[in-house]
Ligand binder design. Structure first.
Ligand code: NZQ
Ligand code: ZN
Length: 388
């Protein structure tokens, strides 16, 4: 196990009815809040009215930025930054899925920065400060509710890039599983694949002697697998939605499940290149990329993949070699993704091979990606070819 520091400053308020605490939680941050939300799902569910009531009851003036896109765009984030400045916003409140939360983080950081917020995504500047941020999560997937990361799409340049900072952790996050009852089946599936992928990025590691972390990762995966089909069969199954929501948070909250382990993140890098150009949902892209990444790299450490097959999927050894177990585990992953309705090839989105070279080159713009196996441009292209 490597040395590590773990600090997560986000206060989580979890459970049915917790939105009623918003006023009390927001009040200490000032008199004006920027409410950031997406394409309108929060209006259909009545959450919007409840949020406005809570803020008004706390004496907070609300300024609004709606229309955050899935795969949030830099141009929309710029509008939010301008509003923060012109309206003297003191708290940014994100109400929605990962895209809304990420946009709000970029707005909160960009509002206190003299240059373009895109600099943070291109590693040209480091975030020094951000406005306080609170969130109400409506889609279990990204972990953005309890981490300092954000992913921004620069649509004009066809680039999707992430930043992470201790300044952009939410101060508080409200997680009410009932708010996810209305998430459509395809987005539920995307969320399931995303949270599982976050665990994969941490679990497939070369760092030795991490038994607790490995078991924590395996537990999150098993819990997601146990609850995904329940939530799809009965979208208002509180237990299934609550367990998925907490799994999503645990899967990517500053690395709790993988402290002291080297992480990989190559598959995320590859997926971001796909959605930067084709604007496909992040989870759907991961469902295509991850099993192929697994096949490409598993020979680096077949014992970890064999352990995954045995402990997560319950595949019995029965005289199989590590290599055979590894492949069986990867097949089980692919089969599960397909069973819940996730896509398996780029062709499922009508995507061909035209942009593979560009995607592979962009993925390694800042150097080789991944740590389980370092991937150069040719490796990324080979994996993308497997995805066709
Ligand atoms: O925009 P609205 O109308 O709210 O509709 C959204 C959107 O169309 C809808 N939705 C959300 N909650 C709903 C709902 N519909 C009905 N009922 C509800 N309760 O779902 C659609 C997708 O929302 P989005 O926020 O885009 O999904 P997700 O949470 O999967 O976020 C994806 C974004 O997060 C980034 C991805 O790259 C992508 O841009 N990621 C962020 C990470 C992070 N901050 O740590 C890590 C991830 O790896 C990921 O890269
Ligand atoms: Zn992800």
């Amino acid at each position: 196990m490597n040395n590590f520091t773990f600090h997560n400053p986000t206060a989580v308020y979890f459970g049915e009815g917790t939105v009623a605490r918003l006023g009390e939680l927001a009040r200490p941050y000032g008199k004006t809040a920027l409410l950031v939300y997406g394409g309108g799902s929060i209006k259909k569910t009545g959450l919007y009215d409840q949020v406005l009531e809570q803020l008004a009851s706390a004496g907070i003036r609300t300024v609004e930025l709606s229309g955050i896109e899935p795969n949030p765009r830099l141009t929309t984030i710029h509008k939010g930054i301008a509003l923060c400045r012109s309206e003297q916003v003191e708290l940014v409140l994100a109400v929605g899925g990962g895209s809304v939360l990420d946009a709000a983080k970029a707005i909160a950081a960009g509002a206190l920065y003299d240059g373009d917020v895109w600099d943070f995504c291109m590693q040209k500047a480091v975030i020094q400060d951000a406005l306080p941020l609170g969130t109400i999560l409506t889609l279990a997937a990204t972990g953005s509710e309890m981490n300092g990361n954000a992913v921004v799409t620069n649509w004009e340049e066809k680039l999707k890039r992430a930043f992470g900072s201790k300044h952009t952790y939410p101060r508080f996050s409200i997680l009410d599983p009932t708010l996810t009852y209305t998430v459509p089946a395809d987005q539920t599936v995307n969320g399931v694949v995303d949270m599982m992928s976050h665990v994969f990025e941490q679990y497939f590691s070369l760092t030795p002697d991490t038994p607790l972390q490995e078991r924590m990762c395996e537990s999150v995966l098993q819990t997601v697998i146990e609850n995904a089909e329940k939530a799809l069969a009965a979208p208002d199954d509180y237990s299934a939605r609550a367990n998925l929501m907490w799994c999503g948070t645990m899967a990517l909250n500053g690395g709790l499940i993988s402290v002291g382990m080297q992480n990989d993140w190559a598959s995320h890098g590859i997926e971001h290149e796909i959605s930067a150009i084709y604007d496909i949902p992040h989870g759907a892209g991961l469902a295509i990329v991850f099993p192929n990444w697994m096949k490409y790299v598993c020979s680096e450490r077949t014992d970890r993949f064999a352990q995954y097959a045995e402990r997560v999927w319950g595949i019995e050894r029965a005289g199989r070699t590590d290599e055979e177990m590894a492949l069986a585990g990867i097949d089980a992953t692919r089969a599960f993704f397909s069973r819940i309705g996730a896509p398996s090839t780029l062709a499922d989105f009508g995507i061909g091979g035209e942009q593979l070279d560009r995607m592979a080159a962009e993925a390694v713009r800042f150097g080789p990606i991944g740590s389980f196996r370092k991937l150069e441009q040719a490796d990324v292209k080979a994996i993308l070819e497997m995805c066709l």
